[in-house]
Design a protein around this ligand. Structure first.
Ligand code: ASP
Length: 328
């Protein structure tokens, strides 16, 4: 009895001595470079948002925020990597709607998006654009639908992997027009866009954060935007809904996450830097120019992201399961 009391006392003392430096470390955070994990290829839409944020957060935190692209399986490899990383604030995830849609798409998900993370805050909302290769014959959405119905076995639809928003947009589009196309998955929109420009694939639905420069350069055909109303950066482009695909809407949202168990002072410090970065005039200019809308301050919080993720999981899981569109 006495021996076990002595052992318990020793354990408590040990825990105390470990807890002190950890708390002190959390207060001093960050003391070394931080990895910002992006689930898709470099040069793509998520990567653009991440690199814009990383540059501002590097200045604000006084430590380098280094973007790392961990690609594959529609973003789930990156999310799993961060879920299993040390909860010390040095491995951070930025992800989009895929954080919610993976729950429906993957029956064997190696992590739980709601349980295995700490939430930092939401970032920006980005509309998508439905594009064709420059030489694709149809010139508007009506013509595109007719063309796809007639050429369903030949036309290829690119996406950034099963669980990417391009996959989600493509899935909803095929369902809306009642056509099953041949889909070609990539590890991000950057390589998918390279092949669209090269004419190796025919159609791609993806975020304005990467597609606007190509649309402006006339290197792709634009069939419409997925936002609920026309967007300022493409005032002449009709929404898919106004062109006849009633209720067609996909808006891409972004969140920043940490591994579960990250100390509160670290979460708060990162959240402070995120909020300050989103007020930075250069960040605002760059994101706005690319069609992104920075979310209001009340959404840039851990609580708002947690609630939003839950709402998105509740919204998409039944839709994906009803479509039987599993990725595994
Ligand atoms: N836009 C991509 C997606 O469809 C991913 C990327 O950012 O490359 O999810």
């Amino acid at each position: 009895m006495i021996r076990s009391l002595v052992r318990a006392g020793a354990l408590l003392a040990l825990a105390g001595s470990l807890a002190m430096p950890m708390a002190a470390q959390a207060q001093a955070y960050p003391t070394k470079p931080i990895s910002l994990v992006v689930p898709f290829a470099a040069g793509g839409p998520t990567d653009v948002v991440a690199r814009t944020l990383a540059a501002a957060m590097t200045r604000l935190l006084g430590q380098s925020v280094v973007v790392e692209n961990t690609t594959g399986a529609g973003g789930t490899i990156a999310a799993n990597r961060v879920a299993k990383a040390a909860p010390d604030g040095y491995t951070v995830l930025i992800h989009h709607n895929g954080m919610a849609t993976a729950v429906g798409l993957y029956r064997k998900l190696a992590y739980n998006p709601q349980e295995d993370f700490e939430f930092v805050g939401q970032v920006a909302d980005v509309p998508m654009t439905l594009l064709g290769r420059k030489t694709l014959p149809p010139n508007n959405l009506g013509e595109l639908i007719t063309y796809l119905r007639a050429n369903r076995d030949k036309v290829t639809l690119a996406n950034a992997g099963l669980g990417a928003v391009s996959h989600l947009c493509g899935m909803l589009f095929q369902k809306a027009i009642g056509v099953d196309l041949v889909t070609v998955p990539y590890k991000g929109t950057a390589p998918a866009m390279t092949d669209l420009l090269g004419g190796q694939v025919d159609v791609l639905c993806d975020q304005t954060t990467q597609t606007l420069p190509q649309i402006a350069a006339g290197t792709v055909k634009l069939y419409g935007v997925t936002a609920p109303s026309r967007i300022a950066s493409l005032p002449n482009a009709p929404t898919l809904a106004e062109s006849g695909l009633k209720d067609f809407q996909v808006v891409v949202w972004h969140g920043v996450y940490l591994p579960k168990g990250t100390p509160r002072p670290v979460i708060d410090r990162l959240n402070g830097a995120l909020q300050a970065a989103l007020k930075d005039p250069e960040v605002r200019r760059k994101l706005t120019e690319l069609g992104a809308e920075i979310v209001p301050t009340e959404k840039q919080t851990p609580e708002a992201l947690r609630g939003w993720l839950k709402a998105e999981i509740d919204r998409w899981t039944p839709i994906i399961r009803a479509a039987g569109a599993y990725a595994d």
